[in-house]
Design a protein around this ligand. Structure first.
Ligand code: BGP
Length: 470
């Protein structure tokens, strides 16, 4: 143990680098029916179709952060966090999405923010992490422009309520995911499969984003920064054959650049517009939308990276009766010899994180950015617990270390990377996967009253943060 800290630091990160982790309200808070919270789509969907959730477990308890935030923040401090991302639950703050503010929610989020600051941990606050208030979904969710305005009001209220202490804000986490899950592939409520509606939802999400950024500018928070968090999946073609390259280009347009370009450059890629137009899928827009997006670009980009997207040219033309999906333009490609996470079937390709960062430097004005999620999910992780109760997750340490080497190299090459947040602080409830895949630096023992225990990776993370490198 002692020896480790004496080892020389090969990969040292810039002074003030953000070390921490990311979470989301629905995944950690619990107290789904307490404290005056309104229902969101997850509470509702779980009531309707509990069998869709792994082992039939819903979000009512999650990691019980609502009641245990003090204990959890103490643990964050213990494992070296200087920053931490959580999200505000829109339906906790404004139970019906548009009406009265819930004072108990204001008290709760104030207490969390104050506790973080008292422990020297910078709060990074995200406004939307997949959790549409049910009352807003009932009138159409992101398909309805009124919901866009309700979200902008909610954002503005958050800046007023918490902006005296919270300086770093995000409008959305992974806005593509509710589009994929809710409107294309049936893994989020409202379980629609419709490309046209998916495009409209994606578009309105970015209008909502731009309106929130505009509200943030009006709020004029001293030293405040606002950004968005995108899961960027570098698209690699099977070969340099033009048909494969084109397939990868379209996947990149649909899954990455449809959010990245408007957020950072203030405009949609021309070839995306042309592609949607060609197939008759352009969204319904309003007169000043273009200016709204142009004028409200971000200060800070959060990048979530888990795995790349490998594609090839389409081999068989799709059945004309099948729903129109992005896979109309490409097939997925399992590259021979690729490295897989044996505990959750995702590819591990560390260099992807570097490729994303270099792209941001070269094509997006080297905007200030950070890794806002990266992490390794493990099914059945309890089997690595020893008699003392510690989980020996050496695979996670290696995962983080190997990704950080590439982040370090990107920094050396001039990319403006300010920090690294792991997904996630403690094991949590994850959408339809519930507690299946564990990602935390801290274990949450479901058999033992949700007892927290720092994993081996948590101690490693502590030394990483304290040494500002490894
Ligand atoms: C990211 C989301 C998180 C979390 C994570 C792990 O895309 O931002 O909310 O769910 O993925 O996903 P899973 O638990 O499905 O492995």
């Amino acid at each position: 143990m002692e020896q480790r800290s004496k080892q020389p630091i090969t990969y040292r990160f810039p002074a003030g680098f953000w070390w921490g982790s990311a979470t989301s309200a629905t995944q950690i808070e619990g107290a789904a029916n307490e404290g005056g919270k309104g229902k969101n789509i997850w509470d509702h969907w779980y009531e309707q179709e509990p069998h869709r959730f792994f082992q039939g477990v819903g979000p009512e308890v999650a990691s019980d952060f609502y009641h245990r935030y003090k204990e959890d923040i103490a643990l964050m401090k213990e494992i070296g966090h200087n920053s931490f991302r959580f999200s505000i639950s829109w339906s906790r703050l404004i139970p019906d999405g548009v009406g009265e503010v819930n004072p108990e929610a204001v008290r709760f989020y104030n207490a969390v923010i104050d506790e973080l600051l008292a422990n020297g941990i910078e709060p990074f606050v995200n406004l939307y992490h997949f959790d549409m208030p049910l009352a807003m979904q009932t009138i159409g969710g992101w398909e309805n422009r009124e919901v866009v305005d309700a979200y902008a009001r909610y954002a503005s209220l958050c800046f007023q309520l918490f902006g005296d202490r919270v300086k770093t804000w995000f409008t959305h986490n992974e806005p593509i995911v509710p589009v994929e899950g809710g409107y294309l592939y049936d893994f989020h409520y409202p379980n629609v499969v419709d490309f046209r509606r998916a495009v409209q939802v994606a578009y309105h999400t970015m209008i909502a984003h731009a309106k929130a950024v505009a509200a943030f500018r009006r709020a004029a928070i001293p030293d405040g920064k606002i950004g968005i968090i995108l899961n960027l999946t570098p698209s690699y073609p099977r070969s340099q054959h033009p048909a494969d390259v084109k397939a990868a280009h379209i996947a990149d347009l649909l899954f990455n650049r449809s959010f990245l370009d408007p957020a950072v450059k203030g405009e949609y890629p021309q070839d995306l517009i042309e592609l949607l137009d060609e197939y008759g899928f352009l969204p319904v827009t309003k007169a000043n939308d273009r200016e709204l997006i142009k004028e409200n670009t971000i200060d800070l980009l959060g990048i979530n990276y888990y795995q790349p997207r490998r594609v090839k040219a389409k081999e068989n033309m799709p059945n004309p009766d099948a729903p129109f999906l992005p896979e109309r333009f490409f097939d997925y490609y399992a590259m021979p010899g690729r490295k897989m996470n044996p505990y959750r079937g995702w590819e591990i390709y560390e260099k992807g994180i570097y490729d994303i960062l270099i792209n941001i430097k070269e094509n997006y004005g080297n905007i200030e950015c950070f890794i806002s999620e990266n992490g390794m999910g493990v099914e059945g992780e309890e089997r690595f617990r020893d008699e003392s109760g510690m989980i020996h997750d050496d695979y996670r340490i290696e995962f983080i270390r190997e990704h950080l080497k590439w982040v370090h190299r990107a920094i050396e090459e001039g990319v403006n990377v300010k920090g690294y947040h792991l997904w996630t602080f403690m094991d949590n409830w994850s959408w339809t996967n519930a507690y299946k895949n564990r990602y935390g630096l801290v274990a949450v023992d479901l058999e033992n009253g949700l007892k927290r225990t720092i994993k081996k990776s948590g101690y490693w993370f502590k030394s990483l943060a304290e040494n500002n490198g490894f």
